[in-house]
Design a protein around this ligand. Structure first.
Ligand SMILES: [Zn+2]
Ligand SMILES: [Zn+2]
Length: 181
């Protein structure tokens, strides 16, 4: 029933370019830069002529399309969450192993036997080599990767989604974003 009331609303859309007219069509072409929800006037102006047959549909089909499409991204988001959790797990494991290998031996040194001292010495002599590897191959890459994630956030304008968050929240997000740059 709820779907129906949304459906009714979509019937009353006005055309952005001709606010006196009801919108009767919508366009799903990925490459289209025209107003996507449009009236008969627009159609007569042939704004979507290049892809009219394949991509222009009746306004009655819009709500169902939005519902169907909004179900698709869930899998990708779940995949992101799983990858994020498993990356954090690996990083945690590495950090705790490193602290174990390189730190906290001061209090135990006098109890070490010859073999343990030899091992600790070997680890600590090789620390610099390991440090370079860690900085160049792990931290450097993670830093670049983090920048890619932040850039994607901006590119998709995830802080300005008008159909999901209030105007105040959008204003607040804009300011936060400015501070972060
Ligand atoms: Zn129009
Ligand atoms: Zn179009």
């Amino acid at each position: 029933m709820k779907q129906n009331s949304y459906f009714q609303q979509s019937q009353d859309f006005k055309c952005r370019d001709h606010p006196e007219n009801l919108a009767l069509f919508w366009c799903r072409s990925k490459d289209c830069n025209e107003n996507r929800i449009f009236c008969l006037n627009c159609q007569k102006q042939n704004k979507h002529i290049q892809h009219y047959n394949e991509d222009v549909l009746s306004i009655h089909e819009l709500t169902q399309f939005l519902i169907n499409q909004s179900r698709l991204p869930k899998n990708l988001i779940e995949e992101c969450q799983l990858q994020q959790q498993s990356t954090i797990k690996s990083f945690d494991k590495l950090i705790s192993g490193l602290s174990y290998k390189f730190c906290g031996i001061e209090d135990k040194l006098n109890q070490f036997n010859h073999y343990q001292t030899q091992q600790a010495l070997d680890s600590l002599i090789k620390f610099d080599e390991f440090k370079n590897h860690m900085k160049n191959n792990i931290l450097g890459r993670l830093n670049k990767f983090q920048k890619i994630l932040d850039d994607l956030f901006i590119k998709l304008e995830l802080h300005l989604i008008q159909y999901q968050i209030t105007d105040e929240q959008i204003e607040f997000n804009k300011q936060e974003q400015q501070k972060a740059i």
